[in-house]
Design a protein around this ligand. Structure first.
Ligand code: NAP
Length: 504
């Protein structure tokens, strides 16, 4: 038995290996300083489609998490001092490996996360696109020269990497939420310690395996696994970690900000959303309904960008509901591994319970159930796509981030009213507008208090755009030319004249 074979449990051999071409992509150990390390205990990784254990992952002890920070701190100076070209070349190799292994990475993601194969393939391409983007940007991390207000002096700025960055990520996008952060941090010259969600560690560890193959030096990219509160506390409290980038719930984001205050870290936060989807009076109903299905049900509704409250102008309300219901009922629900399935299982039983509670609360407060027969669910972790009409602001489905395939729709009468209602939330991540009248569209683009407003397009994210929210949806931006801001300092140099300037 090789040392590699000894690291893999029989569960993985049974449940994952038959789906992959390259068995070495599956790791059950953490990755620290270029080595695969074991903690004291394991935790189970579960396939949401079957609720069965598909493998285990190690839970690191506190001192092992600290050793990952030490390793990243030790690797930082040499990584920072490499030429941008050299960092870019290694990242481009990582990018190529992600694409070469796209099918295996997608299948691994389906097995631990439950999303459909089509969504998983899309996520791998999306995640890889950040690696390429920031590899390219590494060469253009320019500073500036400043017209001097001091006689004889030259003034300039340079952008310097901040140091060790801790990256804490959620389970709904197990690949892209890591690469969107790590690619920016690594490209500018930071070293990173990644803490993935405990539901989806395998996607993160596969990224580490490919980073190693790409030639990233030991200590530059580390993945630590274990219980969120314990691991995060070590990362947040360490004075060797200069930046914390978190994607996850607003509740946990607040906790991490508190824990990071003691060491005054640079914190960037990609938190929850409560996206409005607004259908204007002149919008064609079928097109709006088709877009609403995409905006609501991708990743089975477990998406921070999911349309959470669908506002339809009063005249269009009934025809929209009818078109939306027909399209929802056509969605194919099943295991993400089956080609053609559009809605996979929810991540865990608690999520199904929460979906039930949202629906019960809405019905008790007067909403109408137009579709969503849970008796037809193909297994315990599934929730059939559900449509609620006549939703009101006192319902949980309207107030809370749903994170499940339950769509709530309501009618509005005026633009002023819909802007006010859409903005009446602590969240401010993304908003959708569907309509043709430029005056109305422009009023909404201006008036909606969200970090991203997408008009007549469900797809809005990607490597070139500044992704992020306002209000309690977050701090900072990911992707785009602004992505380096979270991982770098602008340092100012004043180069005075040692020789007295004639006449001064
Ligand atoms: P979560 O519960 O906040 O967990 C996210 C990460 O934090 C995981 O790594 C988790 O580790 C860790 N964690 C959990 N509880 C913690 C605690 N008390 N202290 C420290 N760390 C803790 O979020 P999630 O359920 O995985 O993801 C869903 C949320 O992410 C939604 O709110 C969604 O909107 C948001 N999200 C936002 C974006 C965006 O770009 N704005 C993108 C995707 C998702 P363990 O798994 O080990 O507990």
């Amino acid at each position: 038995m090789t040392s590699f074979a000894r690291q893999i449990s029989s569960k993985v051999t049974e449940a994952i290996m038959p789906y992959l071409d390259d068995p070495r992509l599956v790791r059950e150990l953490a990755y620290v300083n270029g080595r695969w390390i074991n903690g004291d205990r394991d935790f189970a990784v579960i396939d949401p489609a079957s609720n069965e254990v598909i493998g285990h992952c190690t839970e690191l002890r506190q001192e092992q998490v600290e050793s990952a920070i030490e390793a990243a701190a030790a690797a930082f100076p040499a990584w920072r001092d490499r030429l941008a070209d050299q960092r870019a070349e290694l990242l481009m190799r990582w990018y190529e490996l992600l694409l070469e292994n796209r099918e295996d990475l997608a299948r691994l993601m389906v097995l631990e996360q439950g999303k459909t194969l089509q969504d998983a393939r899309g996520e791998i391409s999306y995640g890889a696109s950040f690696v390429r983007w920031f590899a390219e940007e590494a060469r253009r991390a320019y500073g500036e020269t400043i017209p001097s207000h001091i006689p004889g002096a030259q003034l300039m700025t340079v952008r310097q990497p901040i140091g060790v960055a801790a990256l804490i990520t959620p389970w709904n996008f197990p690949n892209a939420m890591i690469t969107r952060k790590a690619a920016a941090a690594l490209a500018i010259g930071c070293s990173v310690v990644v803490k993935p969600a405990s539901e989806t560690p395998f996607s993160a560890l596969a990224l580490a395996e490919l980073a190693e193959r790409a030639g990233l030096p030991a200590g530059v990219f580390n993945v630590v696994t274990g219980e969120g509160p314990k691991v995060a506390a070590v990362l947040c409290r360490s004075d060797k970690v200069q930046a914390l980038s978190f994607t996850g719930s607003t509740r946990v984001g607040r906790l991490l900000l508190e824990q990071s205050a003691g060491t005054v870290k640079r914190c960037s936060m990609e938190l929850g959303g409560n996206a409005p989807f607004i259908v204007l009076p002149d919008m064609e109903v079928e097109a709006a309904a088709a877009a609403a299905v995409d905006a609501k049900f991708q990743t089975s509704g477990q998406d921070c960008l999911a349309a959470n409250r669908i506002f339809v102008s009063r005249d269009q309300y009934q025809p929209f509901l009818e078109a939306f219901r027909r399209r929802i009922e056509r969605l194919r629900v099943g295991s993400g591994m089956q080609e053609g399935v559009e809605i996979g299982p929810l991540i865990f039983p608690r999520a199904v319970q929460k979906a039930r509670e949202l629906v019960d609360d809405a019905l008790a407060k007067g909403a109408r159930l137009l579709t969503g027969d849970q008796a037809r669910a193909p297994g315990p972790n599934y929730f059939m796509p559900t449509l609620l009409a006549d939703v009101t602001p006192d319902m949980q489905v309207y107030r809370e981030e749903n994170f499940c395939p339950v769509a709530g729709v309501l009618a509005y009468d005026t633009l002023e009213q819909v802007i006010e209602m859409a903005n009446d939330t602590e969240y401010g991540l993304a908003a959708y507008v569907y309509g043709n009248n430029m005056r109305d569209v422009w009023r909404l683009m201006n008036g909606l208090a969200f970090g991203m407003v997408s008009v007549n397009s469900v797809k809005m994210t990607g490597h070139p755009i500044p992704f992020g929210g306002i209000k309690q949806s977050g701090l900072g931006r990911e992707g785009s030319q602004h992505g380096f801001d979270e991982y770098s300092e602008i340092k100012y140099y004043c180069l005075g004249s040692v020789i007295p300037v004639p006449g001064s």
